[in-house]
Write a protein that binds this ligand. Structure first.
Ligand SMILES: Cc1ncc(COP(=O)(O)OP(=O)(O)O)c(N)n1
Ligand SMILES: Cc1ncsc1CCOP(=O)(O)O
Ligand SMILES: [Mg+2]
Length: 367
């Protein structure tokens, strides 16, 4: 139980006392309801016992303040606010929006409890201030966890190239089930790049896909991207991590085992493996061939994407060498039907992943 500090309620004018108790009662409910909604996703959607436990602990701590005295002031019929809804409350485009809305609701309710709580009980303000900070940390951890999960679940990675139909192509690929997009543009100026990156980021998030910016940490931060992709000549991973914080994704290009081991040691979240085949999209880089794909399949202990010259005609060869994630530019950006090509890639990648998971399950259960 909460220590019973001094009750300040009596110091308020008599007519303000019921109002204060109703505010506290309503917001104690609101904060817990919002947390419960978030908790369900942590538990059943993300399978994260840590995040679910944090939601539960916060809920329980809030509940301790919800005393019978406060509940006694509830007057639902007399509440003029029950009919007031915002149109956005009626629709939720996706899980991220739903979580965002409820985390925001929890934080608002905790703020109300912090402020009005100061008039009710000594220590209530500081207790709810601490809980509000915990809710912010929960939000950041949840977002980071969601990103890593989505990265793990992504088998096809679209790296964009300049095109007058850029948005239509990316949207078509998203319609086909794409969940990971990198904005790569070596031309143009920063003004245009910012506009394009911002629009692409919103488009990807609307489809619940991750959005990564090539080369540029500043641009990634400016548009609130999910992460950045850095080559060997780009910014060091450690500096990017300092700028981006712990929860955004950092990818690294690798062409050989040494670069792979270094990227892992430096804390990359995923790596590009290639160019597997020579490609006009990256003329300055020699092909690494399938040998490096085989090496990655045996040694990479993080998500890795075979990249470079991959298209539906050679996909099977790359999969047979051990890849189960690929990144492509032309195969989708220049496809006549980007949705269909995306669906084809994803279906083939899912097929090999399922087969390999099944085989490794069998091997484990026989040892
Ligand atoms: C997924 C992925 N892998 C490799 C690269 C290449 O990055 P980099 O070597 O920095 O070359 P540029 O793309 O910047 O020309 C990539 N972008 N994505
Ligand atoms: C950016 C990059 N890095 C290694 S290969 C490559 C380009 C791959 O493009 P494509 O899929 O068109 O061959
Ligand atoms: Mg680069």
């Amino acid at each position: 139980m909460v220590d019973r500090p001094k009750l300040l309620l009596a110091e308020l004018p008599l007519q303000a006392q019921p109002a204060l108790c109703r505010i506290l009662d309503a917001n104690l409910d609101r904060a817990r309801e919002g947390l419960r909604i978030v908790e369900e996703w942590c538990r059943f959607g993300l399978n994260s016992s840590e995040l679910a436990a944090e939601c539960k602990q916060l809920r329980q701590e809030i509940a301790k303040w919800h005393t019978p005295e406060l509940r006694a002031f509830r007057d639902t019929l007399g509440d003029v606010g029950t009919e007031l809804t915002h149109p956005q409350e009626e629709t939720r485009a996706n899980i991220s929006q739903l979580l965002q809305a409820n985390l925001c609701r929890v934080q608002e309710a905790l703020r109300v409890l912090e402020e009005y709580g100061k008039l009710y009980l000594a220590q209530m303000g500081s207790a709810f201030k601490q809980m509000r900070y915990r809710a912010y940390i929960l939000e950041t951890n949840l977002l980071g966890y969601q990103r890593q999960q989505k990265l793990l679940q992504s088998s096809l990675y679209l790296v964009t190239s300049a095109s007058e139909h850029l948005f239509a192509i990316v949207e078509a690929a998203l319609e086909g089930g794409l969940t990971l997009v990198q904005y790569r543009d070596k031309t143009g100026n920063d003004n245009v790049r910012f506009e394009v990156a911002d629009r692409l980021c919103k488009l990807c998030h609307h489809y619940e896909a991750l959005f990564i910016v090539n080369d540029r940490v500043d641009l990634a931060l400016a548009v609130d991207a999910d992460g950045v992709h850095l080559g060997q000549q780009d910014m060091p991973i450690a500096i990017a991590r300092q700028l981006l914080g712990p929860h955004r994704i950092i990818g690294r290009s690798t062409t050989n085992p040494e670069e792979m081991q270094r990227a892992i040691a430096q804390g990359a979240d995923y790596i590009g493996v290639g160019p597997v085949y020579a490609t006009p999209t990256k003329v300055d880089k020699a092909a690494t061939g399938l040998e490096y794909v085989r090496y990655a399949a045996q040694n990479a202990k993080l998500p890795w994407f075979a990249i470079g010259g991959i298209d539906p005609s050679n996909l099977n060869e790359v999969l047979s060498a051990g890849a189960d994630r690929v990144a492509v530019v032309r195969a989708v950006m220049q496809a006549e039907q980007p949705t269909l090509v995306t669906q084809y890639f994803i279906s083939q990648l899912t097929r090999v992943q399922t087969l390999r998971n099944y085989r490794s399950h069998l091997t484990q259960s026989h040892t």
